[in-house]
Design a protein. Structure first.
Length: 161
């Protein structure tokens, strides 16, 4: 039986539908991103994790969001360019989405239900992270201020599970 996560899809910046089942068997780190946030330097740490573990069935998926103080005002194409040029991002980025409210993307509705936040389920800010195991089951939620490098041990544990 396939995990529910694999039933979801999301559009890449070009509008092509990508199935989360494409990542079956991989450890996945999902992050809501923004290019003009105080936490934007985390792109560097996320890319470092991706480079270190991508050959071991690990992937980072970035979901840009403009719901927090308008910190992702760029178009999808501009956002991809900024991430590549300013931070060397090579992991997949998706089309800009909402992570909270009635228009929240179904992946985020699901992740918030399975791994609720402290006090409230809502995503509190940019760079909230979700780690998903090789079996598609969400393992852990991290706050926006959790530095990517501090997730390394959890990624290694999930890769070895």
């Amino acid at each position: 039986m396939s995990a529910q996560f694999y039933n979801y899809t999301a559009e890449n910046p070009q509008g092509e539908e990508i199935s989360m089942s494409d990542f079956e068997g991989k450890v996945v780190l999902i992050v809501n991103t923004a290019t003009q946030c105080g936490l934007t330097p985390q792109f560097d740490g996320l890319e470092n994790l991706y480079q270190e573990f991508k050959d071991k069935e690990f992937i980072v998926l970035g979901f840009p969001c403009n719901q927090f103080a308008g910190q992702e005002p760029l178009s999808n194409d501009e956002m991809v360019s900024a991430c590549r040029l300013n931070h060397g991002v090579t992991f997949p980025l998706f089309k800009k989405i909402d992570v909270n409210g009635g228009d929240a993307h179904p992946i985020y509705k699901y992740l918030k239900d399975v791994l609720p936040g402290t006090l409230v389920n809502a995503i509190k800010w940019n760079f909230t992270k979700f780690l998903i195991g090789k079996d598609g089951k969400p393992l852990k939620r991290y706050s926006p201020t959790t530095k990517p490098e501090s997730i390394k041990k959890d990624i290694e544990k999930a890769l070895n599970a």
